[in-house]
Design a protein around this ligand. Structure first.
Ligand code: ZN
Length: 311
């Protein structure tokens, strides 16, 4: 049966006493979510697949975070590819876009992902609704989106994470396995019972998971896939959550972005074009600010400053 829904499944491994083992996993299928991202932009194939893989990865990682907010994954490079960016909220609302040298499409098509990103940076941002944002910036290490993220999670976060990602014209899919940090150690300050400690479990699950094919990842329903890969293991599969394309842009967020350009810059655009036009890179929505709107958004800034000054 073709998996045609946009879902994220969470699963955990259990030992023979039905106690959870400190290894968790997620499976994701993005069909409509991925297609809607592609509707708003025409991408060279290599970038389309990389963006799809990054989308699948962002949903898989987002589901491991205990955070109410957004996870943003960015690949920045200075060559033919400028930027791949994916945002995934804790509700699995997703948006994604790419920037590249549009005059060199045929050159880009001849490249593999690694050539386009090898001197680039990987940036991960956690933006909680409450509290401070976190941002990590590292050089890109790895020849694929999956390798790059595995390296990041291990070196920067000290968390063993394995990823399998696949993307084609129709859908993006992926699987994640993650070793919980207290694996084989002391749980909550109390030594884990010796009987429950399965030292080889992480290696065994990875070995089994490594047999997954792109076709299986893309087409098999979660239950069938897990049974095929880990037939001898006890797995608890949770109810899936759905993913969807959603762009959070609106008149206010665009106005805030324009304010950051500053009064002088905005007035010079107005003087030249008579209006300020902004297209959202994620959803292509068009925003228009005339002289009156611009004066208003600058006045809002002034009043915000005054109210801040009072505190
Ligand atoms: Zn938008």
């Amino acid at each position: 049966m073709k998996n045609s829904t946009d879902t994220l499944h969470h699963f955990i491994f259990e030992d023979r006493f039905n106690n959870p083992m400190p290894i968790r996993g997620n499976l994701v299928h993005l069909n409509d979510t991925y297609q809607q991202v592609l509707q708003h932009q025409t991408l060279p194939t290599v970038l389309k697949y990389a963006l799809g893989e990054l989308m699948a990865a962002s949903a898989l990682l987002s589901a491991t975070l205990k955070m109410d907010g957004a996870l943003v994954l960015q690949i920045q490079s200075k060559g033919l590819l400028k930027l791949l960016v994916v945002e995934c909220s804790s509700d699995l609302n997703m948006r994604a876009t790419a920037k590249w040298d549009e005059t060199k499409v045929s050159q880009i098509e001849e490249k593999i992902f690694f050539d386009l990103v090898k001197n680039g940076q990987f940036i991960i941002t956690l933006d909680p609704k409450v509290g401070e944002a976190y941002q990590g910036v590292v050089p890109i290490e790895g020849e694929s989106v999956a390798e790059m993220l595995q390296n990041y999670m291990l070196r920067s976060q000290q968390i063993d994470t394995s990823l399998w990602l696949h993307c084609d014209e129709t859908s993006a899919s992926g699987m994640l396995l993650q070793k919980l940090p207290d694996f084989g150690g002391h749980l909550g300050g109390v030594a884990a019972p010796v009987l429950d400690y399965d030292a080889d479990a992480w290696n065994r699950m990875n070995h089994l998971a490594n047999t997954v094919t792109n076709d299986e990842l893309q087409n098999l329903p979660a239950e069938t896939l897990l049974t095929r890969l880990f037939g001898e293991e006890d797995i608890r599969l949770f109810e899936p959550k759905s993913t969807q394309f959603h762009c959070s842009c609106n008149q206010n967020s665009v106005a805030s972005m324009l304010r950051m350009l500053g009064e002088e810059e905005l007035n010079s655009i107005l003087a030249e074009f008579g209006k300020i036009e902004v297209n959202c890179d994620f959803c292509n929505k068009h925003y228009l600010f005339d002289a009156v709107d611009t004066a208003q958004l600058l006045a809002t800034e002034a009043s915000v400053n005054i109210s801040n000054a009072k505190h």
